[in-house]
Each structure stands twice: as structure tokens, then as C-alpha cells.
Design a protein around this ligand. Structure first.
Ligand SMILES: [Zn+2]
Length: 392
């Protein structure tokens, strides 16, 4: 028996159940401030998309109501147009005020996840304010080429550059971005090891400038800064004076750094000395795919690690193990501090990693549709976004 035949099944039914339960409450729940609600919707819908259960398990009416809810998050104002995190953030007088208030400001990450979620739901994007989104991108770009999450915010890092580049790719219009400045910023974030920090080390005084710093808290749910850097560099139209995203030497160094993050458990860790975490199986695995060396990792060991992260009632947790005495179904939406609790974020990224690096096995539960590693979406969804979002 080959190693692949020893894998337990991928619990597709359980993972579908976990994500349908988590997403069900999203449109109606306005009882708490949830600054990452739209991103969570993306992880739930993206999981169902990869499992190919969105249409089979979710009614047409529910899919329509999700579209409506996501469009309700599109906010217009003096800085342009984008998507905000949740309905709760809308002040009651928003309908009579065409300049969004501070609480109603669109957010760059939510704009990326909102557009991608609508593509998963096969929306036709006739409500999209394209010129407004380009204006919003311009409002968010800073003088050093980085982007802030909202105009004039001090929060800026590589995740936001990636989101701006993905949105420009969707629109097939890069007029909202000074590409050369952003590429310079990305290159300044590169470290001597071959990975990328959140921001240039020289300016990150007192901050941990190690790689893949990932905080399980709101608005950091995209994580994986090396992935964000590599994907952004490969999405960008090539520049006349800088035609290659990476030099051959840089590419070799980054590949070497990524490979050594797969540890004995089969999973990937975010940095040296940390335990493997399911989400880094995507951030590192997709990075290797982007660099054109998908075969350098061990897909059976990767799948075996993620199989152990599966929760017995559905969903995938960041680390293997059962919570002692846990015998209930946890439908909490946020990535949990408990490494053994499943959440939509780790469920989606685990499935995405398996889609890129499927194990060699005759067990068909492990077969997932192909993923577009640059846009972080099922290939058919990424193709829909590229076709429907640009102005006709
Ligand atoms: Zn994680």
C-alpha cells in the first residue's frame, strides 16, 4: 500500500456543514461589531466553492440573499467606493448622507474579499462602481508605495499592497495604483533569508520583522506576507526597467527558505521555531507554486498533517488534536485561540493548499478543483472575476 492509500478520507460533508453553519448567520446578525465579517463570509463561501457544494447544498434564495447582503456593504464617499466589513457599521442616516462617516468607511481588504465572494456567487457585477473603486485605491496608496486599509490610516503593510494589486487585476485597470512605487516597497520588505516582512525592516523599529507574522485577530486574516509579496509581484504588469519579479538568485533563496518551513509533522510553520499551522500550508505551498516549483514539497505528508487537523464534527483547525472533552459543534466564526477548534479561515486555507498540492491517492475525497494561486480562488471563480469585473 502506498503512503497515499493510508490517508483517512477528507471529510467533505463535515467541512461543508461547518461552513454552511458559520455563513448562515452572517447576513442577519447585526448584534455585535464584527470588523472582519465580510472576510469571514469569503472563507466560508470559498470553502464551499472548493468543495463544490455551494450550489448543491445552498438554496438559490440563500445565495441571492448573500449577494444582496454583500452589495449592501458597498459604500460611496469622498474617498471613492469600496466594501465595508459589515452592515452593523452603517449609521442609520447613511441613506441620506452620501459622504460615508468614519464608521461607514470602506476597507481595502474587505473590498478584495467582497469582490471575490461575489464572483464565487457568480454575480454579474452590474452594481459595481468601478471608477469609485479606482478612486478609493488612489486614496489608500501612501507616498512610499504601500497601501493603508482606509484612507489616511497609519496601518499599511504587504497584505494591503496585495489586495490593491488583486483588485486592479479584477478590474483590468491599474490606473488606481502607482505600480513602480509599490514594487519598490515590496522589494524593501525582502529580508536576507529570502522571505518578506510586513514592512521594510529598517522602518520596523521595535517590531518583530520576522516573516509570516500572523495574528488571529480582525483584519489580519489574510496573513502570509511572503505569499502576499510574491503574488503581488507576479500580478503586476512588468515594468520597463524591472521586467522580472525576482532575479534567479532571489528566487532560489526564497524557494530554499519556503521549503525548510515544512517540518517533520508534514505541515508548514510560519517561521523557525514555531509549530506547523494549517494556514501556512497554503501561504508557503501557494508561494512555491507561484515560483514554479510545486514538486519540491511532500504532498502526502502535507495531506496527512491536514487530515490530523480535521475536527471530528467538521471544519479544520490550525493544529492537529482533539480538544479534551469537546463533544459539541463549534460554529464560532473567528479563528479561535484554541488551536484545536476549527474555523472557516483554517478550513478554507487547508482546502486551498490541498487543491494546489493534492496527494497521490485513489481516494477521490481528496480531489478538489484547481485553484488560481495568484488570486487565491478556485480557478473557475478567478476566471469569472477576470471576465465579469472589468468595465465592458
Ligand atoms: Zn493559522
Amino acid at each position: 500500500m502506498s503512503q497515499g492509500e493510508a490517508l483517512p478520507p477528507l471529510a467533505r460533508g463535515g467541512h461543508t456543514l461547518h461552513c454552511t453553519r458559520c455563513v448562515a448567520g452572517l447576513p442577519s446578525s447585526q448584534t455585535e461589531i464584527d470588523s472582519s465579517r465580510l472576510a469571514l463570509a469569503f472563507y466560508c463561501l470559498g470553502s464551499l466553492d472548493l468543495l463544490d457544494t455551494l450550489n448543491a447544498k445552498i438554496s438559490d434564495a440563500d445565495r441571492e440573499s448573500w449577494k444582496e447582503w454583500i452589495w449592501e456593504q458597498q459604500a460611496h464617499g469622498k474617498y471613492g467606493t469600496g466594501f465595508k466589513p459589515s452592515s452593523y457599521m452603517t449609521p442609520e442616516d447613511a441613506s441620506v448622507n452620501d459622504e460615508y462617516s468614519e464608521n461607514d468607511t470602506p476597507h481595502l481588504i474587505m473590498t478584495y474579499t467582497g469582490m471575490l465572494s461575489l464572483a464565487i456567487l457568480r454575480d454579474n457585477f452590474d452594481k459595481l462602481d468601478r471608477p469609485g473603486i479606482i478612486k478609493f485605491l488612489r486614496s489608500c496608496q501612501r507616498s512610499d508605495g504601500s497601501f493603508s486599509s482606509i484612507p489616511d490610516s497609519t496601518e499599511s503593510d504587504l497584505r494591503l499592497v496585495y489586495c490593491a494589486f488583486a483588485i486592479s487585476t479584477f478590474l483590468d485597470d491599474w490606473s488606481g495604483v502607482d505600480i513602480a512605487k509599490s514594487v519598490t516597497f515590496i522589494k524593501r520588505c525582502r529580508t536576507y533569508e529570502g522571505g518578506y516582512g510586513q514592512e521594510p525592516c529598517a522602518e520596523a523599529q521595535g517590531r518583530d520583522c520576522h516573516l509570516f507574522v500572523f495574528l488571529h485577530e480582525m483584519l489580519t486574516v489574510l496573513g502570509g506576507t511572503t505569499y502576499c509579496a510574491l503574488a503581488a509581484l507576479h500580478l503586476a504588469p512588468s515594468l520597463p526597467n524591472d521586467p522580472l519579479p525576482l532575479t534567479p538568485r532571489e528566487r532560489h533563496q526564497t524557494v530554499r527558505w519556503l521549503i525548510q518551513n515544512q517540518d517533520d509533522s508534514g505541515g508548514f510553520r510560519g517561521r523557525t521555531g514555531k509549530d506547523a499551522d494549517a494556514c501556512y500550508c497554503f501561504w508557503c505551498g501557494a508561494s512555491l507554486q507561484i515560483l514554479g516549483v510545486p514538486d519540491v514539497l511532500d504532498p502526502i505528508a502535507l495531506a496527512a498533517f491536514l487530515a490530523r487537523c480535521q475536527f471530528k464534527y467538521g471544519g479544520i483547525a490550525k493544529a492537529p488534536g482533539e480538544h479534551p472533552g469537546q463533544d459539541f459543534v463549534d460554529t464560532s466564526l473567528e479563528p479561535s485561540a484554541d488551536p484545536f477548534s476549527p474555523d472557516p479561515y483554517h478550513t478554507y486555507l487547508s482546502l486551498a493548499a490541498l487543491s494546489i498540492h493534492p496527494p497521490h491517492t485513489s481516494d477521490t475525497t481528496w480531489k478538489l478543483d484547481a485553484l488560481d494561486p495568484l488570486l487565491n480562488a478556485r480557478s473557475a471563480t478567478a476566471a469569472w472575476a477576470r471576465e465579469k469585473i472589468p468595465a465592458q
